[in-house]
Design a protein around this ligand. Structure first.
Ligand code: PLP
Length: 376
């Protein structure tokens, strides 16, 4: 039985590549193998899980056990609903104001990179967006201290992005805010389950699955139950989180196969030791990569403030765009995929989510040293 931690040798035999893609991103090999083995006949019913009714007893039981596993993984308290939704994190960015703010009400946003701005764009038609802090002026290389967030008195919520997937900037500690601060609404798309968090500190946690939880096509919204009692704004039933919660995320046909794959991925994380174990692995992987960058004498550059560096997405730059491009094409020949930086910032980006083992990062850092030796 091969696991994600398989050696490079076995990786080659499987013709599986070290996949640093930002999202959709690598899934654990054992998850893919299990899905493959069950593709034609899931659970002994003689049909694929994607071929059966979401309202049948089998799928309902599966959905229930996935929620239980997910609650265990993140230690989600009982006073939170867990919704499994379609439309990605971006749809959640629009639905959250519709559901928990009245029309034109103030909503506070902290801006630490690309995805913070996306959240603002989606919310603008529905709320009075207030940018309470921004690190735009330093090119998103830091996080503004929460002491200086200029929060509104009457905001419906305070939104920030836990991990900026493109800029490689993270807010890993819950900000220290006054007792009466608005509930925190946090985009955890690219760092959910990467380390333990205290869910009770948040009003809403949302995430698209395709970075750390499974395949694209399904998202999770963890929402404190009292927030669903707010009236929100006029909206169709299908856009109403209260209706989704009442129908266990099956108001219409859910993406059953994606849900199942998310379930396998969550189960894998539990079996590997849960979020505490992934925090250790992820910090070690990130430290290995940043160390290689920092000792390169400027051949590789990552200018994010040390305290704000992401442990999930590590962007870096070489001296010229031509050298960046050569690095990417050479890495591809060395069995590595997905290292091209996002077009918004250029350069290189290594996404090292939970499914990426330390060994993959070591293959990358060995390659980086060799590339510097031959091109430095
Ligand atoms: C990928 C990503 C999104 C967008 O997710 P979609 O599922 O494509 O809507 C939003 N926020 C963050 C932090 C992301 O990494």
């Amino acid at each position: 039985m091969l696991h994600t931690e398989c050696s490079l040798e076995s990786n080659k035999i499987m013709s599986r590549i070290w996949n640093f893609s930002a999202g959709p991103s690598a899934l654990p090999l054992s998850v893919l193998e299990k899905a493959q083995s069950e593709l034609l006949d899931w659970n002994g019913i003689g049909a694929s899980v994607m071929e059966i009714s979401h309202r049948g007893a089998e799928f309902m039981a599966l959905a229930e056990s996935i929620e239980a596993d997910f609650r265990q993984l993140l230690e989600i308290p009982d006073d939170y609903h867990v919704l499994f939704t379609t439309g990605g994190a971006t749809l959640a960015q629009a639905l959250i104001p519709l559901n928990i703010a009245s029309f034109g009400q103030a909503a506070d946003y902290v801006v630490t990179g690309h995805w913070s701005n996306t959240a603002i764009k989606q919310a603008k038609p529905y709320v009075d967006v207030r940018e309470v802090a921004s690190s735009a002026s330093d090119g998103f290389r830091s996080v503004p201290s929460s002491d200086n967030w200029k929060c509104s008195n009457n905001a419906a919520y305070l939104h920030y992005t836990a991990n900026e997937t493109i800029h490689g900037v993270a807010i890993r500690q819950v900000p220290q805010l006054p007792e009466n601060a608005a509930p925190l609404v946090v985009d955890f798309s690219s760092s959910i389950a990467s380390e333990p968090i205290d869910v009770s500190q948040y009003g809403i946690i949302y995430a698209g699955a395709q970075k750390n939880l499974g395949p694209v096509g399904i998202s999770v919204v963890i929402i404190r139950k009292d927030l669903l009692e707010r009236d929100g704004q006029t909206r169709a039933d299908i856009l109403d989180y209260r209706s989704q919660a009442a129908k266990d995320s099956m108001l219409n046909t859910p993406p059953t196969f994606n849900w199942y794959l998310l379930g396998l991925t969550v189960r894998w994380m539990l079996e590997q030791g849960g979020t505490a174990e992934f925090k250790k692995r992820n910090e070690l992987k990130a430290a290995t990569l940043y160390e290689t960058i920092d000792v390169s004498g400027g051949f590789y550059r990552n200018e994010v403030a040390a305290s704000a560096r992401s442990i999930m997405n590590v962007p870096f730059f070489l001296a010229t765009p031509e050298l960046d491009a050569l690095f990417v094409s050479e890495s591809r020949k060395q069995n590595m995929l997905g290292l091209k930086g996002h077009k918004a910032v250029g350069g290189i980006r290594a996404s090292i989510y939970n499914a990426m083992p330390l060994e993959g990062v070591e293959v990358l850092t060995d390659f980086m040293r060799e590339f510097q030796r031959t091109h430095g």
